[in-house]
Design a protein around this ligand. Structure first.
Ligand code: HEM
Ligand SMILES: [Cu+2]
Length: 507
């Protein structure tokens, strides 16, 4: 603390770009550039998607008038777009960190990047122009019943988006797993030597363990999506074949639940790898607690998704109970172990509080708070009241916006700072953190408050029965504007560093 009150700026230390790497000089330069391109793409789309959120809240606040079609086009694009950009940013960041230990494929990452761009264009066209506006979860059988709101080509564009992104991201996931497997056996990557043998700690970094757990689950999630798309196609193309609605709902929520959780884990993996360096504590090793926690997550994250189907009375009762138990358990190991590790690093050492370390720390706390709110909602008796109220977007916006988004913003800033070598203005960093945090929690608290007061989610305009929802939305708008201001300042600071890094490279 003393040091930071005297110093107002600080030179970035090498936290991400350390010497340790498997790449040759030229490969490394290309990898660094591609990572920056991935991060910048996600960050450039971020404010646009925030503005869609602002417009939706504006409609709910009865300040803006828009057609329901436009509201749902915004909602569908916002939801899928946000989940998508933070997934790719997380994967890109994880890939760079992986290259310390193993060799992810540069060519493949490039190919995935172009495929992703095509997918993004298809999504924008399908929603904004084609008005394919089913919400992110395109719940069966809605996509097959356009009711003159959208044309068949829009359905086609949407499923093309899903297929292209799905195939590309599956390949990306497989490549990271291949890279890990070429150095570590599965048992070592999952730290089973620590878990089941008398080995005290493993030299396999926790990040490798967390990524292995995440990538395996992601692969299972993408597989569910492939089956889902094939089943939709089968029904659309053949005459007489109809799908089992319960199966379709299980598939889509398994996919969605896993993808969202894995995105969070990607951020958490970065924190495990980098946060100790901010605290000047070297690196974490994989001890028994960490090994046990993440192995438990591998099982539980795949079972917890049943909490999305509590309202489906035809779902077998046993699975509903399993959903509640798994949802309770999944939050314990990974969450508690991570929080304890982060807290002890933050307070038991010489932590330098700068924008990236602050955002990492707050991100883990946001993950925990959102997770707690999720556990509340995954309790069956509570879910009877909270299902499809604004409590649901409240909790997932918490662990996204104030969780993994904070972590990745921290990562990207540190990365750009190191590439450019530009000093960080500590005071600005604190103000920016405060702006983002106050904005985020203000915005979120209005979702929570509205949810607890029975305001349903996904209403473009609130009917008289829940007119109180409009007032909460009005308050939320003030906070969204704070976030937007913070994001713009962040992007300015980030962008300046990127430009500096590139002009420095060219001479
Ligand atoms: C300041 C930032 C943000 C604002 C203002 C915002 C606003 C909104 C609003 C108003 C809704 C509709 C809520 C409803 O009535 O159901 C929504 C839905 C959603 N948002 Fe955000 N959001 C923000 C950030 C994020 C982030 C970072 C994510 C990350 C993944 C995200 C993902 C979603 C998803 C998945 C939905 C649900 C879409 C659906 O129901 O199909 N949002 N958001
Ligand atoms: Cu879930």
């Amino acid at each position: 603390m003393e040091a930071t009150t005297i110093q107002s700026t600080r030179q970035p230390e090498p936290i991400i770009l350390i010497q340790e790497t498997t790449l040759t000089g030229e490969e490394q330069a290309q990898f660094k550039k591609l990572t920056l391109v991935w991060l910048t793409t996600a960050l450039a789309l971020f404010p646009i998607l925030v503005i869609l959120g602002l417009l939706m809240r504006g409609s709910q606040a009865a300040i803006l008038k828009m057609s329901p079609e436009l509201f749902y086009a915004f909602m569908t694009l916002h939801g899928l777009g946000m989940v998508g950009i933070w997934y790719i940013a997380g994967m890109a960041g994880a890939g760079l960190l992986l290259s310390r230990y193993v060799r992810p494929s540069l060519a493949l990452s490039r190919g995935v990047f172009w495929a992703t761009l095509v997918a993004v264009v298809l999504l924008i066209v399908a929603t904004l122009i084609g008005k394919f506006i089913t919400g992110w979860y395109f719940l069966y059988p809605l996509p097959l019943y356009p009711a003159d709101v959208w044309k068949p080509w829009a359905t086609l564009a949407f499923f093309a988006f899903l297929t292209i992104a799905g195939v590309a991201w599956t390949l990306w996931t497989v490549d990271y797993l291949r890279a890990i497997a070429s150095r570590y056996s599965l048992k070592r990557a999952l730290a089973w030597d620590v878990l089941f043998k008398k080995v005290k700690e493993s030299d396999v970094p926790p990040m490798i363990l967390i990524l292995t757990v995440s990538l395996i689950s992601a692969l299972a999630g993408f597989l569910a999506a492939v089956v889902l798309i094939a089943l939709f196609a089968a029904e659309a193309l053949s005459s007489g074949f109809t799908n089992d609605a319960l199966l379709m709902k299980n598939l889509v929520f398994y996919f969605g639940h896993v993808l969202v959780n894995i995105t969070m884990y990607l951020g958490v993996a970065m924190v495990y790898e980098l946060f100790p360096a901010f605290a000047e504590k070297g690196k974490l090793t994989t001890k028994w607690m960490v090994a046990a926690a993440w192995n438990a997550s591998l099982l539980l994250v795949n079972l917890a998704y049943f909490h999305h189907l509590y309202m489906d009375f035809v779902q077998p009762g046993l699975l509903q109970k399993l959903g509640q138990i798994a949802s309770y358990l999944v939050s314990v190991p990974a969450g508690v172990v991570t929080i304890i590790s982060v807290l002890s690093l933050a307070f038991g050492s010489r932590m330098t509080w700068r924008l990236p370390s602050l955002l990492f720390f707050l991100g883990v706390m946001g993950w925990a708070i959102g997770g707690m709110a999720a556990v509340v909602d995954s309790t069956i008796v509570v879910n009877f009241r909270f299902h499809n109220t604004l409590w649901v977007p409240a909790h997932f916006h918490t662990y996204y916006l104030a969780g993994v988004v904070f972590m990745i913003l921290g990562f990207a800033f540190q990365y750009a700072a190191e590439l450019s070598g530009k000093a960080e203005n500590l005071r600005l960093g604190r103000w920016l953190t405060a702006l983002l945090t106050v904005g985020a929690y203000g915005f979120l608290s209005m979702f929570f408050y509205a949810g607890a007061h029975s305001v349903p989610r996904r209403y473009a305009v609130y009917p008289s029965e829940v007119h109180q929802g409009a007032g909460y939305a009005q308050v939320a708008i003030v906070f969204i504007l704070l976030i937007l201001t913070g994001v713009i300042i962040y992007l300015w600071e980030y962008g300046r560093r990127c430009v500096h890094a590139f002009s420095a490279h060219s001479h």
